[in-house]
Design a protein around this ligand. Structure first.
Ligand code: SF4
Length: 291
């Protein structure tokens, strides 16, 4: 039996970015995304086949259309791109990420230090920090929060994909020592996928989590599921191994917010094939035993 988590696969922001990229590529020739538009190598390759190229360095193109990805880009880079007359920008930054950027921008004009709860190396956090006019401090976890030393009061904003648990524990910790203002900018799509995956993982023999190995939210889904049941994180149907299915009767599927439906469908189809092959082999073995 295969069950798919109620909330899995593409979120609103990713659907919007892909749709913007495809519509643009239908009308124009030179279409680029600054870095992979989403963290899914197979979907990026599909878009590449449609003529949407991934740029590492915006200086490498003289003209054309550059699509900004869902995580957003640093403000300075955005401003530099805006100045180039031969380049058109289509901003596919997710509106939820944009909201967090706008909050940081507004806070940058106030006295409070701005605490960003998030992963320092994540592009979304790098972009958020760029809106804070040098006033942002990134706090990744409770240990860092305990060691924090700043003067005055704090405003706290979150990377959209943080877990509510991490955000709440940091807020609680800082509240004991500082006067704080809290801006909860966590996106519900991530939270919903995590809760839905965890709920399903409790009821099945095995979970298959589908999504890019470079996708933070997919990796987190795999971590959550692995605390409940046997879990494998795969990118495509080709990664599935027959041996995994020998002693599993119920299989749960979930996918990160950057995993397209066509990959989920392929994985499901391949699992059905593997399981029906297994049943046929078992049937043959039993009929031999009878003879
Ligand atoms: S996970 Fe949320 S914030 Fe991130 S792109 Fe999707 S909808 Fe936007």
């Amino acid at each position: 039996m295969i069950k798919i988590a109620d909330k899995s696969g593409f979120c609103f922001g990713v659907k919007r970015a892909i749709s913007l990229a495809e519509k643009t590529a239908n009308l124009h020739k030179k279409v680029y995304t600054l870095g992979p538009v989403i963290h899914n190598p197979q979907e990026v390759e599909r878009l590449n086949d449609k003529g949407i190229k991934t740029l590492k360095d915006p200086k490498s193109v003289k003209d054309g259309i550059i699509i900004l990805r869902t995580h957003g880009i640093p403000l300075q880079l955005h401003n530099e791109l805006e100045k180039k007359k031969s380049i058109e920008i289509i901003d596919a930054t997710c509106p939820f990420v944009k909201r967090a950027q706008d909050i940081v921008k507004e806070l940058s004009g106030k006295d409070d230090a701005i605490i960003i709860v998030g992963e320092k190396v994540h592009p979304e956090v790098a972009a958020l920090v760029s809106y804070g006019s040098g006033k942002c401090i990134v706090v990744e976890n409770i240990k860092k929060a305990q060691k924090l030393k700043v003067k005055g009061s704090l405003s706290i904003v979150s990377q959209t994909t943080q877990t509510p648990e991490n955000f709440d524990s940091i807020v609680k910790c800082l509240k004991k020592r500082y006067k704080i203002k809290v801006f909860n900018t966590i996106c519900k799509a991530t939270f919903d996928r995590q809760k839905s995956a965890e709920k399903l993982a409790k009821t099945v023999d095995m979970m298959i989590v589908i999504g890019g190995k470079n996708s933070g939210n997919t990796t987190r889904l795999a971590q959550i599921c692995s605390t409940r049941t046997k879990t494998y994180h795969i990118e495509t149907a080709d990664d599935l191994k027959k041996a995994w299915f020998k002693s599993s009767n119920s299989i749960g599927l979930t996918a990160g917010a950057s995993t397209p439906y066509w990959i989920i469908k392929q994985v499901r189809g391949r699992i059905e094939e593997i399981c029906s092959d297994g049943k046929k082999i078992l049937k043959k073995a039993k009929s031999k035993e009878k003879k």
